[in-house]
Design a protein around this ligand. Structure first.
Ligand SMILES: [Mg+2]
Length: 261
């Protein structure tokens, strides 16, 4: 029996009903070169070894993403970091994929919405995005993420979108409403890690980011589960594939068969 659809504690932006193509993308480690929550856990929280053990435990199905991620964030709070101080560290240290700005600009000019679907916390994502793209451009990108609760004592905790789901934020619920439309758009999804496992099998064309650090968790998951995907190094490479599909030069089947951007 499949699990019931988890109730969402946070609103969703409207579904784009009349588009031919929609881009949905993970934020951390996909649009950014380094996962911001990993960065915080490794440098402000309990460190990389415990964090990696947590990721692998999720990949192997021994822990839920939700519980593992909450524990990582709690280790940052336990070390005395306020939410604002964390945000300031992220603004100093997290960079965007060098090709993302051009990718986003091309999508905008081509009437293709770009939606961020993240297990991170929306205020952090919005701050990082505004910092790089500027507030006007940043505000054109929908963010479907988790949120944060700031407590009266200054401590903070993650507010999960789907607290009853082991994913915390079940990313498939950002995708599935598109499948119910009368003429659904073709959905491109971009991801890199364990937080994307809930979305991977529902994309029409799935891009998985190549990692230099050996943390290729989504690639490992897709290979194990037999989910077709395209490995990409950066958004400049991915843009060429997206353009080939949008122009009709290549089919979905052809780009997935190639397996590499
Ligand atoms: Mg990620």
């Amino acid at each position: 029996m499949s699990d019931p659809v988890p109730e969402s504690t946070l609103p969703y932006p409207p579904v784009y009903k009349d588009k031919r193509f929609v881009v949905l993308s993970d934020w951390d480690g996909t649009i950014t070169t380094q996962d911001s929550n990993d960065y915080m856990t490794d440098n402000l929280g309990y460190g990389k070894d415990k964090r990696r053990a947590g990721n692998l435990s999720v990949l192997e199905g021994r822990t839920t993403f939700r519980d593992s991620f909450r524990e990582m964030l709690e280790s940052i709070v336990a070390n005395g970091w306020s939410f604002d101080a964390c945000k300031a560290e992220l603004l100093k240290n997290i960079k965007l994929d060098a090709g993302f700005q051009d990718f986003n600009a091309w999508c905008r000019a081509s009437d293709i919405p770009v939606v961020i679907v993240s297990s991170g916390m929306a205020p952090n994502i919005h701050a990082m995005l505004s910092n790089v793209l500027g507030g006007d451009m940043a505000s054109t990108i929908d963010i479907i993420a988790n949120d944060v609760d700031i407590h009266p004592d200054g401590k903070w905790s993650i507010k999960f979108r789907h607290p009853s789901s082991g994913f915390g934020h079940d990313k498939s619920l950002a995708i599935l409403p598109y499948k119910d439309l009368e003429s659904p758009p073709l959905l491109f999804f971009f991801g890199d890690g364990v937080s994307d496992m809930s979305a991977a099998r529902h994309a029409d064309i799935l891009f998985v980011k190549q990692k230099d650090d050996g943390e290729n968790d989504l690639a490992a998951y897709c290979t194990r589960e037999g989910i077709k995907h395209i490995i990409f190094r950066d958004f400049a490479q991915a843009l060429e594939v997206v353009q080939a599909v949008v122009s009709g030069e290549k089919t979905k089947e052809e780009v997935l068969a190639a397996g590499k951007a």
